[in-house]
Design a protein around this ligand. Structure first.
Ligand SMILES: Nc1ncnc2c1ncn2[C@@H]1O[C@H](COP(=O)(O)OP(=O)(O)OP(=O)(O)O)[C@@H](O)[C@H]1O
Ligand SMILES: [Mg+2]
Length: 468
């Protein structure tokens, strides 16, 4: 029986500036209890978890861990109890080498060095982490694996996992589930998630609604995750973009990240781009968008391309949401920039009450929506979405699917990078699969996702996998 990791929150309130986010929160968790925490984008999940972690101080109420109010104990003692996985993996990075990153938290917990080494070795193996690169040279999914492994290396009594699965590929998700199993006997776990499949593995599920924390029942799950309807996609039109024999390396004369890529994109197409973490999807997308330049090959571009980045805060920069979304159309001297920005924001479900806020004060899911609105506003002919569904709640997911459908139906094209093959099976009539920097499949989505062996080789979930 565990003797530490008991959590008690009573009458907790929190506001950003003057707008109330959490009200009268009550939460009592026993040592070793494991819960899922759900709720819409911007509902306050991350805020609540940062209060639990002692990073945000509530305006009212008490946070007690193992019988001690966390604002009474020295920060050092309290922090040793909690391992935290940030929603955006880059937010937690402090070191310039993978080893140092993995050791940092564990060293702060003052664990003996031989124990740290054993833990790190196991986690590197479990999460298949490339130790040759610096953390910022890893692909998005590999960064997520490193950030999870760094938190787990601490062996904390309480783990707060803020949507750790968002950027993981199939192998990463399997490693995460197995790692959670490993710590389950010893730790209290609070797992924030948008996936009811994940939530069902926990003792109980809570959700935040209108600032209040409630326990979920089977009815609330149905509301959170209704089925997605299959979309009819029109046939392909004329050529928008052609890539021929493209090769690329980040570091000149070092190993090629993309090898001899050839690809055509036509009007009216919705194309999925899949592959395991580090296979080169984001790199290829950045080349198509013209952000990276290939060292070899030929690109015939007949259209305007815009990309919504894997980590949206990379593309947000202005003082307000509206200025950010208007920047693109204004910069391109498009007529009616304001109208275009308003329409785009409404399409992603960001309404006028948030238009004058700083984009950096929004939740990760809201930032993703603003990032997508920003690229919609430039009215591209080819829209590239890199992991558009990561961190989105159900409403956001449905809105983005609707946007994709409208795009294709108006004769434009969409390229979607995602590990969510369940959504792809319904909306992409063609899928391109990458393996180690080459395209190994380019054809009908359903044919690919029905081929279990091929999916396994590529490292993606097939239709039967029904994975998280
Ligand atoms: N800025 C960079 N500098 C050096 N190497 C990089 C950089 N960005 C990515 N890489 C490397 O290029 C390879 C492909 O990465 P990429 O981000 O394209 O993968 P991905 O398929 O998008 O993966 P994920 O599903 O994890 O997002 C990886 O080996 C990665 O480590
Ligand atoms: Mg990527």
């Amino acid at each position: 029986m565990k003797r530490a990791g008991k959590i008690f929150l009573e009458n907790v309130y929190f506001e950003y500036d003057d707008s109330p986010i959490l009200r009268n929160i009550y939460l009592a968790l026993d040592e070793g209890e494991k819960i899922a925490l759900m709720g819409e984008n911007g509902s306050g999940k991350t805020t609540l978890s940062l209060i639990l972690a002692g990073i945000f101080k509530p305006s009212k109420g008490s946070v007690v861990i193992d019988g001690v109010s966390i604002w009474d104990v020295s920060e050092k003692n309290f922090r040793k109890k909690i391992g935290y996985v940030f929603q955006n993996p880059e937010d937690g990075f402090v070191a310039d080498s993978v080893f140092r990153e993995l050791a940092f938290g564990a060293e702060n917990f003052a664990l003996p060095s031989d124990e740290i080494i054993i833990r790190i070795k196991n986690l590197i193996e479990k999460f298949e982490i490339d130790t040759e690169k610096s953390p910022l040279e890893l692909s998005g999914g590999m960064k997520a694996r490193l950030s999870i492994a760094s938190a787990l290396a601490t062996g904390a009594e309480i783990f707060i996992l803020d949507e750790p699965e968002s950027f993981l590929d199939l192998r990463g998700k399997k490693a995460l589930i197995s790692a959670i199993d490993d710590i389950a006997a010893e730790s209290t776990i609070i797992h924030i998630t948008q996936s009811s499949k994940i939530a069902k593995n926990y003792d109980s599920t809570y959700f935040i609604q209108n600032g209040h924390l409630k326990t979920a029942n089977s009815k609330s799950f149905r509301k959170i995750e209704p089925p997605i309807e299959s979309l009819k996609i029109p046939a392909r039109g004329s050529l928008l973009m052609r890539l021929e024999d493209i090769s690329f390396s980040y570091v000149p004369r070092q190993s090629k990240i993309l090898k001899s890529i050839s690809l055509e994109i036509h009007q009216g197409e919705v194309i999925g781009l899949v592959g395991s973490s580090g296979s080169g999807k984001t790199t290829l997308a950045l080349i198509i968008a013209g952000i990276l330049k290939s060292q070899k090959g030929f690109i015939d571009k007949k259209c305007r391309v815009a990309i919504a980045m894997q980590f949206p805060e990379r593309q947000l920069f202005a003082d307000t949401v509206m200025e950010d979304v208007m920047y693109g159309p204004e910069n391109l001297h498009l007529p009616d920039a304001r109208i275009s920005a308003e329409k785009s924001l409404e399409a992603v479900g960001i309404f006028s009450e948030l238009w004058n806020c700083s984009p950096f004060l929004l939740s990760d899911g809201q930032q993703r929506r603003v990032g997508i609105a920003g690229v919609l506003a430039v009215q591209p002919d080819l829209l590239i979405l890199d992991e558009p569904f990561a961190t989105l709640d159900f409403d956001g997911t449905i809105r983005v699917i609707e946007i994709i459908k409208n795009f294709a139906q108006s004769g434009k094209a969409v390229l979607i990078i995602t590990h969510n093959t369940n959504i792809l099976s319904k909306i992409a009539h063609r899928t391109v699969a990458m393996l180690n920097g080459t395209i190994i499949y380019d054809g009908e989505t359903k044919t690919l996702l029905n081929d279990k062996d091929l999916c396994e080789r590529i490292g993606i979930a097939s239709i039967d996998d029904n994975y998280i």
